[in-house]
Design a protein around this ligand. Structure first.
Ligand SMILES: Cc1cc2nc3c(=O)[nH]c(=O)nc-3n(C[C@H](O)[C@H](O)[C@H](O)COP(=O)(O)O)c2cc1C
Length: 395
């Protein structure tokens, strides 16, 4: 079989993922302004499920009551009915992929340019963050998701506790052991709710890519610690921090995508392919050297089935994270399996999708026919739009 590594199953706590392709979390802007599931949101995931991916991590769902327009929410029981309908719709489209949801606590930002920092939390507020994660996990499990991913990457709360930029002077900041304390408390609380048969993964930054941020040195230690605690997978991302964000325009909140670290999260066309595989590989090696076999997910401009197969074959990662590539062409997996690689409509890493998110618009792909909110079905290179790349871009 072509791509035998890609199309081999992997099991986490008895939950079998049919192949090694994981659709990593991608905010879509398709929820209602209040965070409820819409038909458009369901259609996005139904379309991706049909393309044969092995697992889908539904986009970062907000777990705290603070306002966050058009972001999916799991912060209250009012959201469970819609989330259950979402899971059912994905399963109906294709019962094979396992469906997870990323649960996310964010730091508040304001149009004045103000942003909340981890140092601002009073000690008595921290248990609330733990409880919010546990409550969200309970809801996720109750509506039928197959697994949960705790968001500990990018600009969000838990990543900011983990980062070297966390200068709290109490037992939740400063040295690494202290910085891991809150994320560990969260993991333990989520695990308690999830039980022993329900997979719980984490997503971390392998590198923050800021002057004062974590590097592979810290992230390898963080990963091994969570492996010891029993996480079921470690998804490795990078960047997207506020510390190096550009000064926002008047009346715009700061944007963690605007600085160098922001350019790393979803590597632009000018970055080399497989941009962050070395980071996932470093983490995997350190975790394995510690005696743990927890699967590690690599993501970041992995474009072709050949690249994905090589990464797996060479033991650089256990799962391949695809985000923009699947937004662009959800049929990437089935086309690879059927030897129709040439029919894959390639993501060109133009980041039209990412910029739409930064502009608070619905996330779409520049290669889809104009005005479409989903990839056509079927979708072939002949019917794709040329990419939004500058004229001098060489790929
Ligand atoms: C529009 C957009 C939204 C994203 N939203 C999330 C998110 O909610 N949570 C997350 O962990 N990563 C998010 N990411 C990052 C992706 O999951 C992924 O790690 C990154 O795009 C690199 O993978 P790729 O090259 O396959 O796209 C987002 C990326 C894009 C482009």
């Amino acid at each position: 079989m072509p791509y035998e590594n890609i199309f081999s199953a992997i099991t986490m706590r008895g939950v079998a993922l049919p192949n090694r392709l994981m659709r990593t979390s991608m905010v879509s802007g398709l929820a209602t302004e209040d965070g409820f599931v819409t038909d458009l949101l369901k259609q996005r995931y139904e379309r991706e499920a049909k393309g044969g991916v092995g697992s889908i991590v539904v986009e970062a769902a907000v777990i705290l009551p603070s306002r966050s327009s058009y972001n999916l929410r799991i912060s209250d029981d009012r959201f469970t009915e819609g989330l259950r309908a979402l899971v059912d719709a994905i399963r109906q489209a294709n019962p094979e992929p396992k469906i997870g949801i990323q649960i996310m606590h964010f730091l508040k930002i304001a149009r004045s340019g103000w942003r909340q920092k981890v140092e601002d939390f009073k000690p008595e507020e921290l248990p609330i963050i733990v409880e919010q994660h546990a409550a969200a996990a309970q809801r996720a499990k109750s509506v039928g998701f197959d697994f949960i991913e705790i968001h500990m990457a990018h600009a969000y709360t838990l990543a900011s506790f983990l980062s070297r930029s966390n200068k709290r002077t109490d037992k939740y900041g400063g040295k690494l052991e202290n910085r891991m304390r809150l994320p560990i408390e969260v993991y333990r609380a989520v695990r308690k709710v999830a039980g022993d048969e329900f997979p719980v993964g984490i997503r971390i930054n392998g590198e923050d890519f800021t002057v004062d941020g974590n590097t592979l040195f810290q992230s390898t230690r963080i990963a091994r610690r969570f492996a010891r605690l029993g996480v079921d997978y470690i998804s490795v991302s990078a960047g997207s921090r506020f510390e190096d964000a550009a000064t926002p325009q008047p009346n715009m909140p700061p944007d963690p995508m605007s600085g160098y670290s922001g350019h790393r999260m979803s590597p632009w066309w000018w970055f080399p392919d497989m941009t962050h595989v070395y980071v996932a590989e470093g983490i995997r090696r350190y975790v394995r050297d510690g005696g743990f076999d927890v699967p590690v997910v690599a993501a970041g401009k992995i474009k072709t089935p050949y690249q994905a197969e090589q990464i797996l074959k060479e033991g650089r990662a256990d799962l391949i994270g695809l985000c923009r590539a699947l937004l662009c062409d959800p049929d990437w997996p089935v086309k690879a399996r059927q030897g129709r690689e040439k029919e894959i409509v390639r993501c060109t890493a133009c980041n039209w999708c990412l910029e739409a998110d930064s502009r608070f618009e619905k996330v779409t792909c520049s290669r889809w026919p104009e005005g479409k909110l989903a990839a056509p079905d079927p979708f072939l290179p002949q019917t794709a739009r040329p990419s939004e790349l500058p004229e001098n871009a060489s790929l």
